[in-house]
Write a protein that binds this ligand. Structure first.
Ligand code: AMP
Ligand code: GLY
Length: 423
């Protein structure tokens, strides 16, 4: 089987790494890929959002199966297009991907189907939005309706901050069309947990829990990023909570999507907050999280290609998905300055001396065979251990030989306070 993976980050590297272990996969293509991916897959310079280009590539190269990993091409309907061309594609349709690409769609779905989430209101009129935040007061959370590279959420601790956030999104147009509608939400507290699930629209297979570290600096300080590191499992996700999530959130969401006429196939990401009133949904994503995928996929023992095929064919109930009992940790090495401005093109040293799996994100391979930095998040150093502290130590040990100019990373990935999250 010839498989094309769409995307270019650490998540895509982890997916390619696991697909290569499948006996059924004979060749992997990736577009656009990155320096590390190019060592194990044939990379093509086609943007993930270039829907026509990706379809052309899949046809020209006669691929048998496509995995669409990032949010944008899913929202733009790449899976719908490939399916219409007769090419099996892993990921939700554009209609199902609205669960991520439109926060108002997701919130209205949850309200209609009784899925626990923060109370909220949706506004397209700036004056009404401002009036609402003044009436509700702080703390309060202001979110762009559309995709905003993980940066369209402002947790506001004062009413003035909330007014600023509404103005920034709705009148300054910082987020373009994504910000013309905003969702304003009740502020929740509690530890945050991610649970990724494989689903074919009917059957749901939860993966082991994980936790991202979204802020740029230690101690959960600084701006929000795409994710600075991840662990699996989350120490907060007890069997009791797992049971509640399954019954109150996961299964109701799959059924709700089916009832709304847009069954979800692919990986559904549940961003949860374990509030004093029980687990609630913070957000859904229509795909693997990055860097959660890196921490979770290294724990997968079953054949990823077999699972993905079953998802597309609607036969997930026939598959027994196995995980190793280890814990894992992924430490992201980023360019200094990220998530704001940063420079690229720096040579990366020590990759061959590291003791663990290094997933590349923003890297390029030069003609001399060196790797240079090419993005904000550069590498995801990922290790397994017999428990969380073992995995964390192994990951930081593996970071030691690796370096590039202005490298920045968090020193506290997995060193979680027992309280965690917004308290
Ligand atoms: P999102 O992109 O929706 O996941 O939001 C980014 C981050 O903002 C989350 O991981 C939370 O830490 C925080 N956040 C989002 N919504 C809320 C909320 N209603 N209450 C408290 N914190 C929130
Ligand atoms: N790590 C969060 C995300 O992928 O959106």
């Amino acid at each position: 089987m010839k498989v094309l993976v769409v995307g270019s980050g650490g998540r895509e590297h982890a997916i390619v790494y696991k697909l290569r272990q499948s006996p059924a996969v004979s060749e992997i293509l990736c577009a656009p890929g990155n320096g590390g991916i190019s060592d194990i897959a044939r990379c093509f310079d086609v943007k993930a959002t270039d829907i026509e280009g990706q379809c052309r590539l899949a046809l020209e190269q006669k691929v048998d199966f496509v995995v669409v990993a990032p949010d944008d091409p899913l929202a733009l309907g790449l899976v719908d297009r490939l399916t219409a061309l007769g090419i099996p594609a892993f990921g939700p349709t554009a209609a199902a991907a609205r669960i991520e690409s439109s926060k108002s769609f997701a919130k209205n779905l949850m309200r209609k189907h009784g899925i626990p989430t923060a109370d909220y209101a949706v506004f397209s009129d700036i004056d009404a939005a401002l009036q609402y935040v003044r009436a509700k007061g702080a703390p309060i959370v202001v979110k762009c309706d559309g995709l905003a590279l993980g940066k369209g959420v402002v947790v506001c601790h004062t009413t003035e901050e909330a007014e600023e956030a509404v103005k920034m999104m709705m009148s300054d147009g910082v987020f373009g069309k994504s910000g013309s509608t905003v969702v304003i939400e009740e502020y929740m507290t509690g530890p945050e947990v991610t649970v990724l699930c494989f689903t074919d629209g009917k059957t749901l297979v939860p993966m082991p829990s994980s936790q991202d570290h979204k802020r740029a600096y230690d101690g959960d300080e600084g701006p929000n990023t795409g994710g600075m590191g991840s662990i699996s499992p989350s120490p907060f996700y007890t069997p009791d909570i797992e049971k509640r999530c399954l019954e109150e959130i996961f299964i109701p969401t799959i059924r709700a999507m089916e009832r709304e006429g847009c069954p979800f196939k692919g990986v559904l990401y549940f961003g949860l907050m374990l509030t004093p009133d029980g687990p609630k949904v913070v957000e859904y994503n229509a795909r693997f999280g990055d860097p959660e995928a890196q921490a979770v996929l290294v724990r997968l023992e079953s054949d990823l290609f077999e699972i993905m095929t079953a998802v597309v064919e609607g036969t997930l109930d026939n598959i027994n998905v196995k995980w190793n009992q280890n814990a894992s940790c992924c430490v992201v090495l980023a360019s200094g300055g990220y998530p704001a401005g940063y420079k690229t093109g720096y040579r990366i040293s020590g990759l061959d001396k590291s003791s663990s799996i290094i997933f590349h994100a923003g890297t390029k391979k030069t003609e001399d065979g060196d790797y240079v930095t090419a993005g904000g998040r550069v590498l995801g150093v990922t290790a397994l251990g017999k428990d969380l502290s073992d995995a964390v130590n192994a990951a930081y040990e593996a970071v030691r030989p690796v370096g590039f100019e202005n490298m920045h990373y968090r020193r506290d990935i997995g060193k979680i306070k027992r309280t965690g999250g917004n308290q």
